[in-house]
Structure formats: C-alpha cells, structure tokens
Design a protein around this ligand. Structure first.
Ligand code: MSP
Length: 595
C-alpha cells in the first residue's frame, strides 16, 4: 500500500530544516550551492498545510474544552503561516444526529434554527478568541451533503457497504456503537440500574435495526501497517500505543446508518430514503468537504492534520482511516490528540454546574490571557485542572512580571532616553570572552540562539507547553542578565559605559524580538504589541526573520538605530483577586444566596 501524502511532507520538511540551519548555526551560513537548492525547491514545491479541529456538537453551548481544541489548532496554523506555508485551517459545527434532534425537540425549536443559533455562538466565541480559521463548516450545508453522498457512493460502489442487521449497544450521547466488552453496569441518579459506556460513562441502550454496515474488519491489518510504518501518525506517542492496542482486538464491521423512523435529522442514504447516514461518517467527511472534495481536494488532502480530544480518538484513528483507505484516499499526516480539562478537580458537567464558560473567561483574563494559560498549562498526555486562581498566578508571573517587566525596564526613558534600538558594541561583548560580558551572558546567548529550534520541535509534536516553558526560561535568563549588569548604575557621561549600556539594551531587545516572534501563534495581540513597541515591522516577524543578534556575528542588524514604536502601555495588565472569585459552582452560589 502506498501513502503518497507522506512523501510530500518529508521533502517539505527537508527544505524547512535546511532553511532553519541558516540561523541555528550562525557561524556556518549556507553555501551558495545550498542557497540555490533551497530556493529552487521552494519555487517548485508548494508548501501547503491543512489543520482541522473536530467539528463541535451543537446540543449545548461551547465550553472551555472546545476552546482548547480550537486554540491548539489555531496555534499550529499560525505557526505554519510564520514558516511561510500556505495554511488552511478548518473548524465548524456537527449538526446532525439523534443527540441534536432530541436537543432541538427539547428546546421546542426547528432543528435547523436550533443548530444555527448554537453554531453562531461557537463562531462568536472563536472570533472573540482570535481563532483565525480560514473555513467554518456546518454539516447542514449543501456542499457537505454533496461530499457525503459522493463519499458514500464510492464506498458502496467498491462493495464496502452492505445491508445488514445490527444488534448491540448504542450511546446517543457519544453517537457511538459499542461492543459488549465496552459496556458496564451503573446506577443512575434515580437509583435505577443502567448500562453505560466504560470509556465515556454515558448511558447506552440496546438497539436492533436493519441498517447498512461498513466492512471495517477488512481493514485491520492495513491500519496496523499504517501505524507501525508511521510512528508519528498519532501524537503524542502514548495515544499511538492506545490505538495499536485497540487494533489487537477484533474489529467488527461498523453500522453506518440508522432507520429513518428513528433518526430523521441527517443525510439520507443515497438510493434508500428509509435510512439516514450515521452521524460520525457524515461528520468525519467534513474534513474532505473543506478540502474541496470530490473535485478539487488533492492540494489539501495530501497535507491534512487533525487535532482531536482523546475521547474521539477511536473515530479518528480507526474508523476514519478505514473509510479513507476504502475510498482510496491518502491518510492524515498527523492526528494530534489532547487530554481533557477538569474544573476544580472534577469533570465539567452541566449537572454539577461547574462548566467553565470560555467566553466569560476570555473577557475576564483577555483573549491572550486565556490562550496563554490553556497552552501553557495544557499537557496533551494527561488531564489538566482548571482554576481561576491558577490562571491569575501564571499570567501575573509570566506575562506581567517576567516578560512585561523586561520590556518595561529596557524601554524606560531613564535607560533609553532617545527611544531607539541602540547599537551593539563588539568590544564590550566580544565573541571570545574579554569585554564586560560574563560566562552566564554567553550561556544566555546560546540558549536564545537555540530557542527557535527547540520551540519548533515542541510545536511540531504538540508539546506547546514545553515550548512555552523554554521561552519562559529564556525570559528569566534575560531578566537576570539585565539585573546582573544593572545598566541604571552606569555613568552615561562615560563613553565606554554608554556603549556597554547600549549593548545591554540591544541584547535584551534582540531577546525580546525572538520571544515576541515565537509567541505570535500563542498570544497574537500581545506579541503584536511587543514587536510594535520594538519597532519590528510586520514583514520582519516571520520564522525566517528569526536571525538572533546578527551584530554579535559581525553581520548587519536592520534594527540598530531605529526608532522604537510608540509606548502603548503595559504589555499585560496585572490581574487581581477580583478575578478569582468567579469559579463557584452555580449550585453553591444559589445556596450561598439563600443564606
Ligand atoms: N462532534 C464530535 C466531533 C466530530 S469531528 C468529525 C464531538 N464534538 S464535541 O463537541 O463533543 O467535542 C469537540 C472537541 O471538544 C473534542 O475534541 C473533545 O475532546 C473536546 N472536549 C470536550 N470536552 C473537553 C474537555 N473537558 N477538555 C478538553 N477538551 C474536551 O466530539
């Protein structure tokens, strides 16, 4: 079996690595030959990238976990744009299925009007949180219906779908069919014994229906080959192992339709209006719809990457690749998996009243604040706990004190009365030790020089928190550098002192420029503020412009002598105790009122 898409990315990566090496090893500039080969490769090969979020169910309002999926994908999209990729970023809403049908009924609304209403709420949340998607898909759109019908027909024509009889467990909440081994016993809130999904804890019901089945069992060995041959297909590694384990067990054929009498809110099976297409098959095809399927999806389909939560890994790493193999389409490049957020140590749920409202938190902590927190504290491999107190602590320490403090110090009129990007003096900070710089200063330069490669590696493997940890460590080092040399104590009338002062500020600005550039995918507004204050123009903020401290290497620095941008206030405003009293479960609040 061939997976042509893999080859495209490898060569793109090769180009990228070559390009990176030009600033990673300052001493070894690219040879003319290398430069020519890089640019010719860049010209002949389009560097495309396509990232998706799961599409969100519209049965309830958005919560923090949804925003988290979207922020991760947004970060990867922005990062790829900075690297010069032509990047497509899709998100949207999953609007069909029994769950939505029932939610609309319960709300006494027409299903489409109900979906539109909630879908708009997601859209609003995303625009408020700087989610820069290039497409927003709703599964109720005609373009999607066309894609699903076509996809179904391809599978049908290949004999991969057959009419059968399904008898087994179904969870409406998860819209998922389960085998007996995936089901356990539980007791509901009224004390009644019920059956639940062992994975999600949601109630399951026995169903027996005539419907269409997909020959999933035929793909077991191909799926194993794919995963074994592509150890980075599912990231982080622990999730790759889960999927491999699942595939050690039997893989029964999958029911891919429901009787129309039970499920009306969905796309009818082509040629059989008595059946409705299973909502997961319908939903997964959204990724193809956005790519332009069935006519013009090739450019994007070869470079698709999915961000998904751990609860929907099986659908993305088993069902979806099997459907794609069946349809003769390339498999996703990467399935990035993240874990879940709990609130004050508990699973977020409507009944507990502890669902964290992402829009409200973005207003409370700012868009950049909530984005930074989610990506700084979110560890994809394990669940993370959300508390308002933690947000305040992290943001005050890292954005206010550390990064904001550094910018504030170095741009203060006392130290920098001319408000310029001052000159670097090689005699004060020579390449070989001998000027005024000390060993720790050289260590800092080495760390900041290596930082883009470190950050890149972590962004690529979805360990964004590690990238942010690396940046935060460097920011602290730069603060210590300034503190160590106390430029405010230098005598500005002494030419040597003045040159050293300028050098300290120049080095600090260069560090800040690197931090601001690398942070753009995480905190776009804050980075813009930081880079604008340094006088770095929009065209100078790409990954290729990350040429740290060229003056130190005897190269021209375009910023030297340039006027700083206007002072538009503190980088990030300090958060206070007023921000931490919000997170009381609703029930507790009511109880408190009664008293
Ligand atoms: N509609 C399906 C996805 C179809 S994709 C073809 C779905 N929707 S969802 O609204 O339930 O979930 C969307 C995303 O939100 C999933 O990635 C899910 O993991 C994520 N989250 C839901 N709750 C979460 C947390 N508590 N924490 C983090 N993310 C979680 O599944």
């Amino acid at each position: 079996m061939r997976f042509p898409s893999l080859f495209v990315t490898r060569s793109c990566e090769a180009v990228h690595r070559l390009r990176q090496s030009s600033f990673l090893s300052p001493g070894s500039a690219l040879s003319r030959h290398q430069r020519v080969s890089v640019s010719s490769l860049l010209c002949t090969e389009e560097r495309s990238y396509y990232i998706t979020t799961p599409i969100f169910y519209v049965n309830a309002s958005p919560h923090l976990g949804h925003l988290y999926s979207a922020v991760i994908a947004d970060c990867l999209h922005r990062y790829k744009l900075l690297q010069g990729f032509n990047s497509k970023f899709a998100t949207g809403t999953d609007e069909h299925g029994l769950k939505i049908q029932q939610a609309a009924e319960a709300a006494g609304k027409d299903p489409l009007a109900f979906c539109t209403d909630v879908s708009e709420r997601f859209k609003h949340l995303f625009s408020s949180c700087d989610i820069s998607h290039t497409d927003y898909i709703r599964t109720t759109e005609p373009r999607h219906r066309r894609a699903v019908e076509h996809f179904w027909s391809v599978l049908w024509d290949k004999g991969l779908i057959y009419k059968g009889h399904y008898e087994g467990w179904y969870s409406t909440q998860d819209e998922s069919f389960l085998t007996p081994s995936q089901v356990g016993d539980a007791v509901d809130s009224s004390g009644k014994e019920i059956k639940v999904s062992l994975e999600s804890g949601h109630k399951v019901e026995w169903m027996t229906e005539e419907n269409y089945m997909f020959r999933l069992s035929a793909f077991q060995s191909q799926l194993l080959d794919w995963l074994r041959g592509n150890p980075r297909a599912v990231q982080p590694e622990c999730f790759h192992q889960f999927v491999l384990q699942w595939l050690q067990h039997d893989l029964p054929d999958l029911s891919v339709s429901r009787q129309r009498s039970r499920l009306q809110w969905g796309i009818p099976v082509p040629g059989d209006p008595e059946q409705t297409i299973y909502v997961w098959l319908d939903a997964l095809v959204n990724y193809l719809t956005v790519a332009g399927y069935p006519e013009k999806h090739n450019q994007w389909w070869n470079v698709v990457h999915h961000v998904v939560g751990k609860d929907i890994l099986r659908f993305h790493a088993i069902y979806w690749p099997a459907f794609l193999l069946g349809a003769g389409l390339p498999l996703p490049q990467t399935i990035y998996v993240h874990s879940h957020w709990t609130a004050e140590g508990k699973k977020m749920s409507k009944s507990l009243g502890n669902v964290v409202d992402p829009l409200q938190r973005s207003q409370m902590f700012t868009t950049d604040g909530i984005r930074y927190f989610l990506l700084r504290q979110g560890v994809p491999d394990s669940d993370c706990d959300y508390t308002d107190r933690k947000v305040v602590k992290v943001l005050n320490a890292e954005l206010v004190d550390s990064l904001g403090g550094l910018l504030n110090r170095c741009t203060a009129p006392g130290l920098n009365p001319a408000q310029v990007y001052p000159s670097f003096c090689p005699q004060s900070f020579p390449r070989e030790q001998g000027g005024r710089a000390v060993v720790e200063d050289y260590c800092m330069l080495a760390a900041v020089k290596d930082l883009p490669a470190v950050v890149e590696q972590h962004y690529e493997s979805l360990h964004v928190y590690k990238a942010l940890e690396a940046i935060a460590t460097c920011v602290r080092q730069t603060n210590r550098f300034v503190q160590r040399h106390a430029p405010w104590k230098l005598d500005k009338r002494d030419i040597k002192d003045q040159r050293w002062l300028d050098t300290i500020i120049h080095v600090s600005f260069e560090c800040l420029r690197i931090y601001g550039t690398l942070l753009q995918p995480i905190v776009p507004e804050l980075s813009n503020k930081l880079l604008s204050r340094l006088g770095v123009q929009p065209g100078e903020r790409s990954w290729a412009a990350l040429n740290f401290l060229p003056s130190y290497r005897g190269m021209e620095c375009p910023f030297e002598g340039r006027a700083l941008g206007p002072d538009s206030g503190v980088l990030f405003s300090r958060l206070g105790s007023q921000n931490v009293d919000q997170q009381k479960p609703k029930k507790a609040k009511k109880a408190a009122k009664k008293k």
